[in-house]
Write a protein that binds this ligand. Structure first.
Ligand code: ADP
Ligand code: MG
Length: 264
């Protein structure tokens, strides 16, 4: 019998893609959360991952990063194994109930993003601190550098985490619902930063829950619901049909038509 795994490995995933996966299957216990997913995100673009709650979006990012095990499948980051390019990736997890009673300033949180470059036990210099402040400034949080992170609003915390991702100097930004629960001003500030990253040639891939802003914010979209529903440029991929496939009865027909028209 033919060894299919050999044939599979003969076609490399697109080495120009900041993140490409093939046949990615992930399971929590018996229940698969992602099934044989293929995806290939374009370099230097803003990409959205869209799908209903529980579709496997967060699972996708975690499995791509190797934070949770996969059952099967290939993952390629800039044509290489993720472990070899970890320093080129910044990851902003979905905001969770992190207890920020821990006495850490906003600046310290950003400095944590530099540990990859500095090494945990090397000294943090004035230069590192200045860089951290510059990153805070880029997200409009320089005035809060010495504030305890636990005393900031959710939106302000999210900006600080984005500043930490910036401090890393990554080429690929993986963001899990960066706009969830933030105010309009924070959303605008975050999108400005992401667009400026894109202008610098970096790649942004974000799980995004607000269908009404997909067409405005993103170039490329992956619609997912356990499997890949559709993937491609927003203008041609984010349509009434693909939305209906991804969301089924969860969105009304009128709502789907309205959203897809914005994308058209
Ligand atoms: P999304 O981010 O699209 O809302 P998730 O990737 O978080 O979806 O979850 C996909 C599915 O996997 C859901 O059914 C969820 O309940 C399940 N799941 C997520 N994390 C775990 C876990 N740690 N253990 C068991 N099931 C999980
Ligand atoms: Mg999620």
């Amino acid at each position: 019998m033919a060894d299919l795994s050999v044939i599979e490995s003969q076609t490399p995933l697109d080495p120009a893609s900041p993140l490409a996966v093939r046949g990615l299957t992930v399971s929590y216990g018996e229940k698969p959360a992602l099934f044989s997913l293929d995806a290939s995100f374009p370099a230097g673009k803003m990409s959205a991952i869209v799908g209903p709650n529980g579709a496997g979006k967060s699972t996708f990012l975690k499995a791509a990063l190797g934070l949770i095990p996969k059952v099967s499948g290939e993952v390629s980051v800039f044509g290489r194994e993720v472990d070899r390019v970890r320093d080129r990736i910044a990851y902003l997890p979905q905001r969770a109930s992190v207890d920020w009673d821990f006495p850490t300033t906003a600046r310290d949180v950003v400095l944590m993003g530099l540990y990859g470059q500095v090494g945990l036990w090397r000294r943090i210099t004035g230069q590192h601190k200045a860089h951290a402040l510059a990153c805070l400034d880029r997200v409009g949080m320089a005035d809060f550098a010495d504030r305890q992170i636990g005393q900031l609003s959710g939106g302000q915390q999210q900006r600080v985490f984005l500043a930490r991702a910036l401090a890393q100097g990554a080429d690929l930004f993986l963001l899990d619902e960066p706009f969830a629960g933030v105010d309009a001003a924070t959303e605008a500030a975050i999108i400005d930063v992401l667009k400026s990253l894109q202008a610098e040639g970096r790649s942004v891939i974000a799980v995004h829950h607000d269908l009404s802003t997909v067409a405005e914010y993103f170039d490329h979209v992956l619609l997912v619901n356990l499997r890949r529903i559709a993937e491609g440029p927003v203008a041609t991929t984010f349509t009434a049909d693909t939305l209906a496939d991804a969301y089924g009865g969860r969105l009304g027909a009128v709502q789907i038509e309205a959203l897809a028209l914005q994308g058209a």
